[in-house]
Design a binder for this molecule. Structure first.
Ligand code: ZN
Length: 198
């Protein structure tokens, strides 16, 4: 299927490798980019490269940030002794939108999934345990209610319990298999407030 020049084919291929972009959308985007003024294309490419080189993991909670420590971890009004464990930065922003949670977070960047061959060492658990060596009152496990999320929650509670730190799980009310980022703020708050000690 070589109807296009190889440069256009390459552009379509690169775009279609992105999540949520099918072949047709990739084609449409590729032609749109070709038709854009050169300066706008350069700005777009430059923004992508800059974002990639400046955005990194917060050295404390591992969320994405362009600073050494993210704005949440460095906020003196946040309770550093209360740590909510989430699977990814999107779940963290879901809870941030409620504007009611006063603690800090820990981002695992995944969940344990024996099916996909993702074990405890593949997510950021070591970093969590390291943080618990400091003065921490409670760990709130807010992984998704999928099989992977529940497996991860159980694993974490077993790890944390021997430290004597209180460990809790957000309440159900969050539908099974539900991704936190798609759940409304009221449900999220109810799940947080109704959390159960493990
Ligand atoms: Zn942080």
């Amino acid at each position: 299927m070589e109807y296009y020049s190889s440069q256009i084919s390459q552009l379509i291929e690169q775009l279609s490798s992105l999540p949520g972009i099918g072949a047709k959308t990739a084609q449409r985007l590729a032609f749109h980019i070709i038709d854009m003024p050169k300066e706008r294309v350069e700005k777009l490419a430059d923004t992508i490269v800059k974002a990639k080189s400046t955005i990194r993991y917060c050295s404390q909670c591992l969320t994405l940030t362009d600073q050494e420590i993210c704005p949440i971890c460095s906020n003196p009004n946040r309770n550093q002794k209360l740590i909510m464990v989430v699977e990814n930065p999107r779940d963290m922003s879901a809870y941030e939108k409620t504007a009611k949670y006063e603690g800090v977070y820990h981002v695992l960047h995944g969940a344990i999934s024996p099916m996909l061959g993702i074990g405890p060492a593949d997510i950021r658990l070591k970093e969590l345990m390291h943080r618990l060596e400091k003065d921490v009152d409670e760990v709130i496990i807010a992984t998704n209610s999928s099989l992977e999320g529940e497996t991860t929650a159980m694993y974490i509670s077993k790890l944390v319990k021997p430290t004597g730190i209180k460990v809790s799980r957000i309440a159900s009310g969050v539908p099974v298999g539900g991704d936190l980022e798609y759940i409304d703020e009221v449900t999220l708050l109810r799940a947080l407030e109704g959390r159960i000690e493990l």
